[in-house]
Ligand binder design. Structure first.
Ligand SMILES: Nc1ncnc2c1ncn2[C@@H]1O[C@H](COP(=O)(O)OP(=O)(O)OP(=O)(O)O)[C@@H](O)[C@H]1O
Ligand SMILES: [Mg+2]
Length: 387
């Protein structure tokens, strides 16, 4: 049986996080936690997983129909050991950033992560049905709050640095690091919840054509509503009848949705009637998807800003009216840079080639090697810098 490497912490997560309860601002982490505990928390290595790990593990869990399934204990144990480490890394990044002491957004989000870490301390491997439902409730809360925290961090930092190009540039990489960690946490929690709620894996053997068809419909609806016009046509071309790869369908949907809304919007704005063309190709190593539009292209100067997180007015409206973060996960668009982060997460990539005055081609490659481990940018702070 496949068993995800369960790496017990050499300390109890309960006692580890108790000192955090008193923390108010991100800088007070240093004062609030004994240095040896802080050191172990921040230097603990995460266990990265592959699509294959998650896929096979889910299949094992599904084989057992007992409730609570004894097999589900494996991912529960893994979550109990892994989530504190990943939340610890998030706290480290939020604490160590130069804006930690001056940015209200950073402080708000750091405090949210402290309370979430506090919630994590209640997480122990469930052995009864009641414990199991409490465990799931904590996971749901953590996932919802994290979506809200990451959107608040993005919106807050971009707003606070508005007008300062260098500061905005500096914030981009940091947001990638935080979002990358967030994607991983969301994936681990999401896989567990999906197995429990829907009885199947989040990671699946997918037909990218079917995912593309759904994304096309949703993007056309979104663009028709946003621009109050009939959305341009999308022509889907795929010569491979049984295209299949292991992937997270929600990730592919999100990436394609972002690309399609961009192409459809550009086509509408450029007043073109030519359909957007989506081509899927099965390679030996990759599934490659090309999206071509005649939406006028992007100039070399604009290309730099096209790849940046930008302030999205909808995010503010959403966050202002949704203190509980109930809507954030579903309603928030994330843009091109987030789509690239997702594409790279399991070894793929996303590129744009543009002909200014004519149109844009987006190239998305998904690695077909399901053994590729999670790939996200990490902070390169040394221990000395941290202390
Ligand atoms: N296919 C395209 N044709 C022309 N311009 C594009 C295309 N794709 C992206 N862009 C440019 O890149 C910018 C950034 O794209 P991105 O998707 O990140 O944000 P957005 O579309 O403005 O907003 P949202 O966050 O709602 O997606 C766009 O505003 C647009 O100027
Ligand atoms: Mg967009």
């Amino acid at each position: 049986m496949l068993y995800l490497k369960y790496k017990p912490l050499s300390f109890s997560p309960h006692c580890l996080f108790l000192p955090l309860f008193t923390m108010v601002g991100s800088t007070s982490v240093l004062k609030a936690i004994p240095q040896d505990i802080l050191n172990r928390l921040w230097t603990a290595k995460e266990t990265r997983v592959s699509l294959k790990h998650l896929y096979i593990l889910g299949k094992q869990v599904n084989k057992t129909r007992q409730t609570p399934s004894p097999a589900i204990k494996i991912p529960s144990e893994f979550l109990c050991s892994e989530l504190p480490i990943r939340y610890g890394h998030m706290l480290k990044m939020l604490h160590a950033h130069p804006l930690a002491t001056t940015s209200p957004a950073m402080q708000t989000v750091a405090n949210r992560y402290v309370s979430d870490t506090q919630l994590l301390t209640r997480l122990s491997v469930p052995s009864t049905e009641m414990e199991s439902s409490q465990f799931l409730e904590v996971l749901r809360t953590l996932r919802r709050r994290q979506c809200g925290s990451l959107l608040r961090l993005r919106h807050g930092l971009l707003t606070e640095t508005q007008g300062d190009e260098r500061a905005q540039d500096a914030v981009q990489g940091f947001l990638d690091q935080c979002n990358g960690l967030g994607v991983g946490v969301n994936l681990l929690i999401g896989e567990h919840l999906c197995l429990h709620d829907k009885g199947h894996n989040l990671v699946q053997q997918i037909d990218p054509v079917k995912v593309a068809q759904n994304a096309i419909q949703e993007a056309q609806r979104y663009c028709a509503e946003t621009h109050n016009v009939t959305a341009p046509q999308v022509q889907l071309v795929c010569k491979y009848p049984n295209l299949s790869t292991t992937y997270v369908p929600a990730h592919l949907h999100r990436i394609l949705f972002e690309l399609l809304t961009n192409s459809l919007t550009a086509t509408i704005k450029h007043q073109k009637t030519a359909p957007v063309k989506l081509t899927l190709v099965k390679g030996h190593e990759d599934v490659t998807i090309r999206l071509s539009d005649e939406g006028g292209g992007i100039s070399a100067r604009e290309m730099h800003s096209a790849w940046r997180y930008h302030i999205n007015p909808h995010h503010k409206a959403l966050l202002d009216h949704d203190q509980d973060d109930a809507q954030v996960e579903f309603d928030s668009k994330r843009g091109l840079r987030f789509a690239r982060l997702l594409a790279r997460y399991f070894g793929g990539d996303l590129n744009l080639i543009s002909m200014e005055g004519y149109g844009t081609d987006a190239f998305l490659a998904l690695s077909r090697d399901d053994a590729v481990m999670e790939n996200y940018p990490v902070s390169n702070l040394t221990e000395t810098e941290l202390y």
